[in-house]
Design a protein around this ligand. Structure first.
Ligand code: SF4
Ligand code: SF4
Length: 187
């Protein structure tokens, strides 16, 4: 992860986090830890949800972006429904992913960002997921040698009809692309 060197970028990034719906409630975090205790993937996170809130409030953006926390969030919403301060932490995670991508901040610790990018590219192309292509894209962007280890497993999946040999695109792919483009431009 490259350091957030420019104070202006840092302030803009943090302002974006606070401007999401209910983002102002971050200031009301009581550090009770309910979010961390409720998180099913918390044990694997470098910093728990409670610690991420504390770091954001302290303006420690580098620390937030260096962690694998954002990419281990499974969007289960447990933290959000249980937070006594009404903080929508799941939405904060989504915004961190989006802004991290927009600003070019990538966690070296977690390959999940690359999986997400591969998934988006695959869906962009076919209008739906295509597992084989997704895995090829993912392994090429992370560790191509690992793909060789998965070859026989992938072949067995295909032979048993669990994974198609060729991707099946949806009808009206171009219409979907136009819709996504319009939504992206309006975001
Ligand atoms: S549950 Fe809410 S108030 Fe408690 S630490 Fe988490 S974000 Fe803060
Ligand atoms: S939404 Fe994400 S951060 Fe919140 S409890 Fe679920 S996995 Fe953890």
């Amino acid at each position: 992860m490259q350091a957030v060197e420019s104070e202006k970028v840092k302030q803009t990034f943090l302002a974006n986090i606070y401007s999401i719906p209910y983002g102002e409630r971050l200031a009301e975090c009581q550090q009770c830890g309910t979010c961390s205790a409720s998180c099913p993937t918390g044990e694997r996170m470098d910093y728990s949800p409670r610690e991420i809130i504390a770091a954001l409030r302290a303006g420690l953006l580098d620390r937030v972006l260096e962690t694998n926390t954002v990419w281990l969030c499974s969007s289960c919403y447990s933290c959000t429904v249980r937070c006594p301060a009404g903080i929508k932490f799941t939405d904060v995670m989504y915004e961190l992913k989006r802004l991290g991508n927009d600003y070019g901040f990538k966690s070296r610790k977690s390959p999940t960002a690359k999986m997400a990018k591969s998934f988006v590219k695959t869906v962009d192309r076919h209008g739906r997921n295509a597992e084989g292509e997704l895995l090829v894209r993912y392994y090429l962007s992370t560790n191509p040698l690992s793909a060789l280890k998965q070859f026989w497993f992938g072949l067995r999946m295909m032979l048993r009809g669990r994974m198609p040999f060729l991707p099946h695109g949806i009808k009206g792919r171009n219409d979907l692309k136009k819709m996504i483009q319009a939504a992206t431009e309006g975001a």
